[in-house]
Design a protein around this ligand. Structure first.
Ligand code: ATP
Ligand code: MG
Length: 304
C-alpha cells in the first residue's frame, strides 16, 4: 500500500493560458479565452521537472527532465509520422516553459491506456504468475521475468482515478467501451507502433520493454496519437547490454532514485509516509541518465 502525494500545485502562471489540470508530472492549460477544457480547440501540455517513484511525487525535481521528455516525444512523433498522425501543433510556447511545453490539438481521447508489451515484467508478470495470462491473452507456460514476448501483446488498461493504479483489462472490455471495430484499430495500431519503436530503440542499444500510448480522434474522426510517447515516464527502457532474462532489469531512468529510496534513505516504501528529498548526488546522476536516454535514442546532443 503506497501513498500518493497530491500533485504539486506549482504549475507556472503563463500569459495567454489558463491552468486547468495537473497530473503527477504534467500541467495542462487551455487558451485564456476558451470557456472550458471541453470546448477548447488547443491545449498547452507542459512537462515539469517533477519525478515520481512508487506512486509518490518526490519533493525533489530533476533539472531538465521536462525538456528531455518533451524533446523525446517530439522526436518519436516525427519518426512515427508515416505510421500514425499525432496531436502536435507547435512548440512555440511561453518563454517560461520553452522546451517543456507543446501546443496540441484538443482530441477526444479514448478512455483506454493502450499498452504494448514485448517483454514480460511489472503488472504483466504479476498477472501471468497469478493466471498464466495477461489481459485475457494466454501465454506459454514457464516464462520468466523479462522474457521476450513474440509477437508483442496488447494489454490495455483503464485510466485509474487520481491515486489509484491503472487496471489491466481484457480486449473484450475495451470492445465494450469503444466498440469492436475501434478496439481492433487501437490494438493493431498499438502493436504496430510498438514494433516500429522497439526496432528503432534496439538499433540504438536500448530495449523498449513496454510502452503506453493514448489515442484520440480529430473532429473528422481520424485516430491520432495524443499525450506523450515513448518517454521514460510512459515506457520501460532497459540497457540492451546488460539484458538477461530471468532477473529484474535495471530501469534506465529511475534506478538511482529507487535504489537510494529503498536501500539507503531509511524510508519504508510500504508505509504511508512520503519519501524524503533526494540528495544532490542522486539528483545529478538521475539527470545524467535522462539525458543519456535522450542522446542514445535520438543520436543528438541534448540541447540543454
Ligand atoms: P498521471 O499521468 O500523472 O498518472 P494524468 O494522466 O491524469 O496522471 P497527465 O498525464 O499529466 O496526468 O495529464 C495529461 C492528460 O491530458 C491526460 O488525461 C491525457 O489523457 C490528456 N491528453 C493528452 N493529450 C491530449 C490531447 N491532445 N487532447 C486532450 N487530452 C489530452
Ligand atoms: Mg498521464
Amino acid at each position: 500500500a503506497s501513498g500518493y502525494a497530491a500533485p504539486a500545485p506549482q504549475a507556472p502562471v503563463l500569459p495567454g493560458w489558463k491552468h486547468v489540470y495537473s497530473g503527477k508530472v504534467r500541467d495542462l492549460y487551455i487558451p485564456a479565452d476558451a470557456a472550458d477544457a471541453a470546448s477548447a480547440e488547443q491545449l498547452l501540455m507542459v512537462a515539469s521537472d517533477r519525478i515520481s517513484a512508487y506512486d509518490w511525487v518526490l519533493d525533489s525535481e530533476i533539472p531538465d527532465k521536462g525538456k528531455v521528455l518533451t524533446g523525446l516525444s517530439l522526436w518519436w512523433f516525427d519518426h512515427l509520422a508515416d505510421v500514425i498522425g499525432n496531436h502536435v501543433i507547435s512548440s512555440d510556447v511561453p518563454e517560461a516553459v520553452r522546451g517543456r511545453g507543446l501546443i496540441v490539438k484538443n482530441l477526444s481521447m479514448f478512455p483506454v491506456e493502450c499498452v504494448a508489451r514485448g517483454y514480460l515484467t511489472g503488472s504483466g508478470m504479476s498477472d501471468y504468475r497469478a493466471t498464466g495470462s495477461v489481459c485475457g491473452i494466454q501465454l506459454p507456460a514457464g516464462l520468466v521475468e523479462a522474457d521476450r514476448l513474440e509477437p508483442p501483446i496488447f494489454t490495455p488498461a483503464t485510466k485509474a482515478e487520481l491515486g489509484e493504479h491503472d487496471e489491466n483489462v481484457s480486449f473484450d472490455a475495451v470492445a465494450k467501451t469503444v466498440g469492436t471495430e475501434t478496439a481492433e484499430k487501437l490494438r493493431d495500431l498499438t502493436v504496430e507502433i510498438y514494433q516500429r519503436a522497439e526496432q528503432i530503440a534496439r538499433e540504438r542499444g536500448i530495449i523498449l520493454a513496454d510502452t503506453k500510448f493514448e489515442f484520440g480522434t480529430l473532429p473528422d474522426g481520424a485516430i491520432v496519437l495524443g499525450d506523450e510517447v515513448l518517454t521514460p515516464d510512459s515506457s520501460r527502457f532497459w540497457d540492451a547490454e546488460g539484458y538477461e532474462a530471468g532477473k529484474t532489469q535495471s530501469s534506465f531512468d529511475k534506478q538511482f532514485v529507487r535504489d537510494w529510496l529503498t536501500q539507503e534513505s531509511g524510508w519504508d516504501k510500504g508505509s504511508d509516509t512520503p519519501p524524503p528529498a533526494l540528495p544532490a548526488e542522486v539528483i545529478e546522476k538521475t539527470r545524467a541518465r535522462y539525458i543519456e536516454a535522450f542522446e542514445k535514442l535520438t543520436g543528438e546532443t541534448f540541447p540543454g
